[in-house]
Design a protein around this ligand. Structure first.
Ligand code: ADP
Ligand code: MG
Length: 253
């Protein structure tokens, strides 16, 4: 059975999509069979692995709302061992449409059951909210990775995320665990970054990944080429650290 991991934080711009795309690609590079599921209406993870959204006829929206099989939405990517379920802007309506749907919180979980045995890892790129799309992701997942940007307001909003996780554990998915908190966009030139690391470690202790993702310009360039960093610039620091993270995630189980 594949291990399902949601990459979530309701804050935008903290590195969820960058982590989803590059962790998935690095796991695949290490020989794991990986499915990346894009559940953010912005569809940045989809374009980040080279999906041309104009060519997508069925996406995660159709799976969640119209009971289309996930199998009919899966596309291969140019990374060996990495497939994707894309999202398009049609997903923007799903948050509202799901409200009146039967078993609205477990639709993704049910949908993924059909493909779980084919993959070793299923990585879900969540939108920047704690709405039903994120709830569906947490309900479907074995674990969550929380990217936290190394900036002044790093911890702001995390208590809200943690209480959502507790609610999901209590009512929808008792197996959900925090795999780790990932510090992102670290800038070694500022004291602030170091302070944030200390603060986050004090709060989350052994749950913080040893791998810290630095600011790396190659990581921000890669998406416009539709390539994960391991393809766009395999020798870059960005590729190195996401490979380290992938190894750490594998070690965690
Ligand atoms: P989210 O999905 O949480 O909104 P993104 O992964 O899209 O966040 O990242 C926000 C922006 O920051 C993007 O433009 C992305 O390219 C850039 N970015 C993310 N991580 C890094 C990094 N380690 N170094 C440089 N730029 C980064
Ligand atoms: Mg994103």
């Amino acid at each position: 059975m594949g291990r399902i991991i949601a990459i979530a934080n309701q804050k935008g711009g903290v590195g969820k999509t960058t982590t989803s795309v590059n962790l998935s690609a690095c796991l695949a590079y290490l020989g794991k069979k990986v499915l990346l599921v894009d559940i953010d209406p912005q569809g940045n993870a989809s374009s980040g692995v080279g999906v041309n959204k104009g060519d997508v006829s069925q996406c995660i929206y159709d799976v969640l709302i119209d009971d289309v099989s996930v199998l009919d939405t899966i596309q291969e990517t140019k990374v060996e061992n990495l497939d994707i379920v894309p999202a398009t802007i049609s997903l923007a309506g799903a948050e509202i449409e799901l409200v009146s749907t039967i078993s609205r919180e477990v639709r993704l979980k049910k949908a993924l059951q059909e493909v779980e045995s084919r993959y070793e890892y299923i990585i879900i790129d969540c939108p920047p909210s704690l709405g039903l799309l994120t709830i569906n992701s947490l309900t479907a997942s074995d674990a969550i990775i929380i990217p936290v940007q190394c900036e002044f307001y790093a911890l702001e909003g995390l208590s809200q995320l943690l209480s959502t996780i507790r609610l999901v554990q209590k009512h929808l998915n008792k197996n959900l665990e925090i795999d780790g908190v990932l510090l992102t966009m670290f800038d070694a030139r500022t004291n602030l970054g170091i302070q944030v690391i200390e603060e986050v470690k004090k709060y989350f202790q052994e749950k913080v990944y040893k791998t810290i993702i630095p600011r790396n310009v190659r990581l921000s360039e890669a998406p416009s080429h539709g390539e994960p960093i391991i393809i766009y610039d395999p020798k870059s620091r960005g590729a190195e650290v996401y490979l380290e993270l992938a190894k750490e995630v594998i070690r965690n189980g």
